[in-house]
Design a protein. Structure first.
Length: 520
């Protein structure tokens, strides 16, 4: 049988399954009242189990675009490359546990809605558009990655792979919403977890075979492409500035990612929210952090830096390590299983990010601005339409994308400066509408303008070398401007009303009647 035909059969079978899950979720939603249908569509009706939410979050974070970038940084930088992704993620997992009661004090489905209740309508619109910008980029990046990874197996162009995968995700997310997102994630996890584990184990075995069991010694003798000889296992080969700046640049934004907040808010109770966060720590530490790092180190043995054959197998930027290991070290039958793992991983990530693109687009902009008095049944139909359209937005971005680097580093800066700082201000009683608006606007402008200047005009030549070497000066500028805007605006603007201050509960809230949309 033609090898590509086998992969096509696997892809069609898997796609049919996730579409069925979407339709089953659709059937469950139709049994609810119109208002409760909306809560179910965006939040699973707060009826989803803690373990399912933890598995879903892990699945969503097993994103091969981000992991491909993180693995490539281990390959390029050695142990210090862990600062670019893996160490901040590990720290974040502990922060999530502490966040649970704070998130559940907000009677809001989305973060922009919580901002609205605390600071008024303009802040909701600003935060919605910032969120759409970030998560459309991430949806597009993961769709792009699926095209690059899937094309060698299906023997078609990456663009056509992206279109076909997007169509499948559009169907099951459009019908099933967040519930379908979570339950397809749960199923996908049991494909993805073995996938990433087997991938790392095969790389370890192959590297041991290639070195006669002396993998660590070979790595010690290997010069990293970024920092040269003797830097492989130096945690701070990158210096101190980059780790410190990365922690401030990335973690605040990742803390308030809407996909994370939905899962905390969607837990059945505060107790289940804590259980969700602890299980997430365990699963993410093993499958999102440990195995990919091991894969990155062993790839240095399998694809020695500087060799032409290595560049051909994994790409000049080393972002093709995952597909390189599969194609070069797996028999055809195992490649089929690995291909299904890739499908599961990318669909899980694309559906997560497209869902949190659609949420601010529909729930925080179109619904409150254009459909405020529209019958809820009609709103539900548009929820589905916009959820499908969000996948198309990501696909459009993926088609014109040429690099994952710009997507991740720019959008992460916007997430921190334009969204995280205003979000944290919810719990600061002196913060007001003017402060939050200035924070969001200045944070966005600072990030985008200084990113263009730093990367495309000045090319990192205007800062001291220790600072330029972090490549993150634009985020610091955006972060400082965002904090300045919040403080100055809050000092000069009108104080928040008692009603606005009361929108943040003194204790965690339970049930679904706390959400305004449930009221008929």
């Amino acid at each position: 049988m033609n090898s590509s035909l086998i992969f096509w059969i696997a892809a069609l079978g898997y796609s049919a399954f996730v579409i069925i899950v979407g339709f089953v979720s659709f059937g469950k939603q139709r049994k609810e009242t119109a208002g409760h249908q909306i809560v179910d569509f965006w939040l699973g009706g707060r009826k989803l189990s803690w373990w399912a939410l933890a598995i879903s979050l892990t699945s969503g974070w097993l994103m091969l675009g981000w992991l491909g970038y993180g693995i490539s940084m281990i390959y390029q930088m050695g142990l210090s490359g862990a600062w670019t992704l893996f160490i901040p993620w590990f720290i974040l997992c502990f922060i999530i546990i502490a966040m649970v009661p704070y998130v559940r004090r907000l009677p809001a489905i989305s973060l922009p809605e919580a901002i609205h209740k605390r600071f008024g309508p303009p802040s909701r619109t600003l935060l919605a558009f910032a969120s759409i910008f970030v998560f459309t980029s991430w949806t597009g990046a993961e769709t792009y990655m699926m095209g690059q990874l899937g094309a060698p197996f299906l023997k078609i162009s990456p663009a056509l792979v992206m279109v076909l995968i997007a169509l499948v995700v559009m169907i099951y997310v459009g019908f099933g919403g967040f519930r379908a997102d979570v339950w397809t994630d749960v199923f996908q996890f049991f494909l993805m977890a073995p996938f990433i584990a087997i991938l790392a184990i095969v790389a370890i075995i192959a590297a041991r075979h290639a070195t006669g069991g002396q993998v660590v010694q070979r790595l010690v003798e290997t010069a990293t492409p970024y920092y040269g000889a003797g830097s492989m296992f130096r945690l701070f080969a990158c210096g101190l500035a980059m780790p410190i700046i990365l922690l401030f640049a990335y973690i605040p934004g990742w803390m308030i990612e809407q996909d994370l907040l939905l899962r905390i808010q969607g837990a059945r109770s505060l107790k289940e929210g804590y259980k969700f966060s602890v299980l997430s720590l365990v699963l993410i530490s093993v499958f999102v952090l440990l195995f990919p790092m091991l894969l990155g180190f062993n790839a240095l043995v399998l694809f020695p830096p500087g060799a032409e054959a290595s560049a051909a197998a994994i790409g000049k930027d080393a972002t093709g390590i995952i597909s390189g290991v599969i194609i070069n070290y797996f028999p055809i039958w195992a490649q089929i299983l690995m291909f299904i793992g890739i499908l599961a991983s990318q669909m899980s990530t694309i559906d997560t990010f497209s869902n949190v693109t659609a949420l601010p687009l529909m729930y925080d902009f179109i619904h409150p601005v254009f459909m405020k008095k529209t019958e809820k049944k009609i709103v539900m139909r548009w929820n589905r339409i916009i959820s499908a359209a969000a996948v198309l937005l990501g696909l459009g971005y993926a088609v014109i994308s040429t690099s994952l680097m710009d997507v991740y580093i720019l959008s992460s800066g916007v997430l921190t400066a334009s969204i995280a700082i205003p979000a944290f201000a919810i719990f600061w009683k002196k913060a007001n509408k003017l402060g939050v608006v200035l924070s969001a606007v200045l944070g966005f402008i600072g990030n985008v303008v200084f990113y263009i200047l730093e990367y495309h005009v000045w090319k990192h030549n205007f800062q001291p070398k220790w600072f330029a070497d972090t490549y993150l000066g634009y985020i610091i500028v955006g972060l400082i401007l965002s904090i300045m805007g919040l403080v100055i605006g809050s000092l000069l603007g009108k104080p928040s009303s008692s009603e606005e201050l009361a929108s943040v509960s003194a204790k965690p809230l339970e049930g679904i009647e706390i959400f305004d949309v449930t009221k008929e």
